[in-house]
Design a protein around this ligand. Structure first.
Ligand code: 6R9
Length: 661
């Protein structure tokens, strides 16, 4: 992208917060003013929500940028904050996790149960020689032991590195090697799509390539046969037999908490490093502010996998540090039927639901009649994360899930930011469908041009963060230079211009006429059509606003006349006829529809109707692969793809398609 991004889409719908929610909201409008007047003082107040063994001496040390230290000199134990202190406050019998296995088996785990299990796991890890600073890899399905394992590591000061259950041998081995992990915690398998899906064989193969691993701790979940090696130990024969007493020791505020690998677009995965005090402060605060948690009455459900940062921050650390009751679900949304999610909402009377646009669009494709079969009236707040949510998907979510009355919080953040950065406050913000609205109190996000100048309202450009924030990544594990090069070298001091250190997130965004922020996707995906920088997000949202479309992915393909031309891959809604002429007509309609919504410059050269799109495990569309298809190249790296057969289908469909005017 050379200059700024076009602002093509305009949205006039707006939804004020429900009056009752606004009146009782945890965070009110004054928080913005307070944070602007004294940013560090504001974050100190949020840190005070936690229990510290020793208070910090300095709020922020930014003397060696871009390496930040927050709450310098302070000491705390994260597991104590997430578990023990609730039990001490008399909430031992309160359910922390209602767990729902895919086959329908359930467990309810109270804070007292959690304290027992986390203490036992901490004792076992200690017996296995794990000490503060050591790394533990976690490769588990969505079972409560995943949260227990993470908290046990945090309790003894060991770093966890959670690897998505289902990643390949190579992906697991590379991550174990990069972190030099001592122990892997895994399971025989988990349930996916109605059957057991083994994990242990992948671990066996990976561990054979990883001499650093001394022990493999195995949870029995499916009961399927496993091959047993000399490093292997059963969880139920060790952890569940261990002492239930464990004294949590306080760690320095900057003691490392976890590494989480993000694949990025190219190259070797980056081990994003988070530390203790700042991370927990921001995650705990944002959870309370953005989801407006009322711990006595709310039932929270974040549908993310624990292997994604969303699972770390808003299944484990955010909810548990706030003493929430939440749902954890093991399986897929269509097992054994496409109403499974809504059945769970109905069964547990979920009040706050946090999910991803990919899921919402899938539900749109499956049809409105499915959520309509369930009682979703318990829901009072909805959230979205992971990708831009198209205005039409947002409206669908509000109408079909949120019974036209739940506020929707579209939350922008990254593995690197640790916690939510840009989001409405549900009791304050009048939301616009498709916009993440404004930075949270204490966060300074901006949209700039290629000279790092703030763009005016109505303009588009690069999303940057101008001030350090408590839950920011501290470095890339083992590679400080890559940390500087990747995030701090595009703008500002790190780029040799100005005095400010400016973090560049990799995303494009625009400010609308009211200054609200609209995320426009990764800048690597921006299309340059006849000299205009057009975001994939705006064209995708225009397509999704057509009543026949559930989901769309757009890429720029080399074009002899326009430089790049827009190629769209589109999934029709479930009830739409696409056979023969009907399909041709729909394609023409869609091209005209986009031209009408955004202007002729954004009219796709070519539209393909497809059944599926390539996605990562966290549901993000992999446009890179679609670009390969659109430009008739062989496919790049597909190892992080959720379902590798999708690309074969799309490629074979592409052969027969033709370009138009
Ligand atoms: C939490 C998470 C980060 C990237 C981020 C952006 C995209 C996330 C978004 C969003 C638009 C939102 N993203 N939330 N885009 N609106 N509400 O997703 O972390 O997996 O590291 O991905 O996801 O592109 O830069 P991570």
């Amino acid at each position: 992208m050379s200059e700024t991004l076009e602002n093509l889409y305009s949205e006039t719908r707006q939804f004020p917060p429900p009056a009752a929610l606004a009146a009782e909201a945890n965070v009110k409008a004054e928080a913005y003013e307070r944070a602007t007047a004294d940013r560090l003082g504001f974050w100190e107040q949020q840190a005070e929500r936690l229990t510290w063994a020793k208070r910090w001496e300095q709020t922020l040390d930014w003397s060696n940028p871009p390496f930040a230290k927050w709450f310098v000199g302070g000491e705390l134990n994260i597991a104590y904050n997430c578990v023990d202190r609730h039990v001490e406050a008399g909430l031992g019998d309160k359910v922390a996790i209602h767990w729902e296995g895919e086959p329908g088996d359930t467990r309810s785990i109270t804070y007292a149960d959690l304290l027992k299990s986390v203490s036992q796991a901490a004792n076992t890890l200690t017996e296995l020689g794990v000490t503060a600073g050591d790394r533990v890899a976690i490769y588990l399905p969505m079972i409560p032991e995943a949260a227990v394992a993470m908290l046990a590591c945090a309790r003894i000061g060991a770093l966890h590195s959670v690897v998505f259950g289902g990643f390949s041998v190579d992906a697991l081995a590379t991550r174990i090697q990069d972190a030099d992990a001592k122990v892997v915690i895994t399971a025989d398998g988990g349930y996916r799509r109605g059957k057991p899906s083994a994990l242990k064989p992948t671990v066996d193969e990976a561990v054979a390539q990883c001499p650093s691993i001394e022990h493999v701790l195995v949870v029995r979940r499916t009961g399927e046969d496993v091959t047993w090696g000399e490093k292997d130990l059963w969880w139920h024969e060790t952890v569940e037999q261990a002492s239930e007493k464990h004294e949590p020791k306080a760690f320095d505020s900057e003691h490392p908490l976890f590494i989480l690998y993000t694949s990025g677009t190219t190259g070797k995965p980056k081990g994003i490093l988070h530390t203790t005090g700042g991370y927990l402060t921001q995650v705990s605060y944002t959870y309370n502010a953005v989801f407006d948690l009322k711990p006595e009455t709310d039932v929270f459900w974040c549908t993310a996998d624990i292997g994604w940062v969303t699972g770390h921050s808003y299944i484990v650390y955010g909810p548990l540090s706030n003493g929430a009751t939440q749902i954890m679900y093991e399986g897929t949304p269509d097992t054994p039927h496409k109403g499974r999610f809504w059945e769970i909402v109905d069964k547990y009377k979920v009040t706050i639901l946090y999910t991803a646009p990919t899921l919402i669009r899938t539900m749109m494709k499956w049809g409105d009649d499915i959520p309509a079969k369930y009682d979703l009236s318990s829901l009072r707040l909805l959230g979205s994360v992971g990708e831009p949510i198209n205005p039409e998907a947002w409206m669908w979510y509000r109408a079909n899930v949120g019974h036209d009355s739940c506020p929707i919080v579209d939350t922008w953040w990254q593995t690197e930011t640790g916690g939510i950065m840009i989001s409405p406050l549900p009791g304050v913000t009048s939301t616009k469908p498709g916009s993440a609205m404004t930075p949270l109190p204490g966060i300074s996000a901006d949209v700039v041009d290629d000279q790092a100048e703030s763009v005016p309202d109505g303009g588009g450009g690069f999303l940057v963060l101008r001030e350090p924030w408590p839950s920011m990544l501290r470095t890339i594990w083992g590679d400080d230079q890559r940390f500087i090069d990747t995030y701090w070298s595009r703008f500002g001091k790190g780029a040799g211009t100005g005095d400010e250190w400016i973090y560049f997130a990799g995303d494009g965004a625009k400010k609308d006429e009211d200054g609200a922020l609209w995320l426009l996707g990764r800048v690597d995906d921006v299309m340059l059509v006849s000299g205009h920088n057009i975001s994939t997000t705006e064209v995708e949202s225009a397509l999704v606003s057509h009543p026949s479309v559930a989901e769309a992915a757009v890429v720029g393909a080399t074009d002899p006349t326009t430089g790049q031309a827009i190629v769209a891959f589109t999934i029709p809604r479930g009830n739409v006829d696409t056979a023969g002429d009907a399909g041709e007509k729909l394609i023409q309609d869609l091209r005209n529809h986009v031209a009408k919504k955004l202007g002729p410059i954004a009219k796709p050269r070519q539209i393909m109707l497809v059944a599926e799109l390539p996605k990562t495990r966290s549901g993000k569309i992999m446009r890179r692969l679609l670009r390969d298809v659109a430009e008739n190249r062989s496919l790049g790296d597909v190892t992080t793809l959720q379902d590798s057969t999708v690309m074969d289908l799309i490629s074979s469909g592409m052969q027969g398609s033709k370009s138009e005017d």
